[in-house]
Design a protein around this ligand. Structure first.
Ligand code: PHE
Length: 314
């Protein structure tokens, strides 16, 4: 019996043998049932045998379990000296980073985020923005037109019209999105992105506009930014300005356009210009991202080349 236990080489066989010995119809079970008929000496012998066998089974079981575990460890061991599989972690695109930051700043100023369609109708992209059919300003932006008169949005200004039509005044919103013009070089792409802010209320002034621009850019670049405005022209603002910011080496960089919302634009959105005034500003958010992250070419933003992103720390 003891030899039988010693010879067992698997846990299953051990279990079988155990059942054959101690199970309901096991050999030892049968013997133990005769206990009452035995003499004291015989009982002692049987008890010893019982204890010994149980210990042997237990030992054998531990032995077999250890062997199984060691075999498993040997085959499944992790070789920590091997090279790891390269892991491609996703990151946010620099344009997305820049947008998230600007949006957080504008929201902290009380502006609400809006979007609008990229294929716009004539009304929202031009006419409501005080740019009627005959207006030469339609040529300022080389536009992609559809045969039905719709246009690939040339500016996010169309979003402010949609917002004012829907909410009226007072209103404090910003629109973001892709815009499209026929132009292409290192700093221009036929598709780029704009951010546009609009604030209409009683007593909104030009100095509110300048203060807002200065605060927005200073927060975004995390340092005091000096702003300069120059007279300009947009059909939908009066007066209109372009604004520059002072950059490294005292250089003035052109950032975007702005101005006081033209009374015609307010009227087009059923807002009474005698009661309300407002300012609007717009700029390219691609340019902001380029400056913030020290990039010199706009085009790789749209190439989707992961190597370029990684090389630039994204
Ligand atoms: N929409 C103008 C542009 O694309 C920028 C602008 C926005 C100017 C708002 C004035 C007010 O050039």
């Amino acid at each position: 019996m003891k030899d039988d236990i010693q010879k067992v080489d698997s846990l299953e066989k051990l279990q079988e043998l155990y059942t054959a010995t101690f199970g309901k119809n096991g050999t030892m079970t049968a013997k133990l049932k005769t206990m009452a008929t035995l003499s004291n000496e015989e009982r002692a012998v049987l008890n010893n045998e019982n204890t010994e066998l149980r210990q042997l089974f237990k030992q054998k079981q531990t032995e077999l379990e250890n062997a199984a575990l060691n075999a498993k460890l040997a085959t499944e061991a992790v070789d920590v000296t091997l090279d790891v599989e390269p892991e491609n972690k996703g990151t946010l695109h620099p344009l997305t980073w820049a947008l998230k930051e600007i949006a957080a700043i504008l929201e902290s100023f009380g502006y609400t985020l809006w979007t609008g369609p990229e294929v716009e109708d004539d009304w929202h992209n031009f006419t409501a923005l005080n740019t009627p059919e005959y207006h030469p300003a339609r040529d300022m932006q080389d536009s992609f037109f559809f045969e039905n008169g719709n246009v690939m949005r040339t500016q996010t200004s169309s979003i402010q019209i949609r917002a004012m039509e829907k909410l009226g005044a007072p209103i404090k919103m910003f629109g973001i999105g892709s815009t499209y013009r026929k132009e292409m070089d290192a700093t221009h792409s036929p598709m780029f992105h704009q951010i546009e802010g609009l604030y209409v209320d009683k007593n909104v002034t030009m100095s509110d506009l300048i203060g807002t621009l200065r605060a927005l850019l200073s927060k975004f670049f995390e340092k005091e930014i000096e702003i300069r405005i120059r007279p300009s022209y947009f059909p939908f603002t009066e007066p209109s300005v372009e604004f520059d910011m002072k950059w490294e080496g005292g250089k003035w960089l052109e950032m975007g356009g702005a101005g006081m919302v033209h009374p015609n634009v307010l009227r087009n959105c059923k807002i009474d210009p005698e009661k309300y005034q407002g300012f609007a500003f717009g700029f390219g958010w691609d340019r902001l991202a380029m400056l913030k992250y020290g990039l010199t070419d706009l085009r790789p933003f749209y190439d989707g080349d992961v190597r370029w992103l990684k090389n630039n720390g994204f």
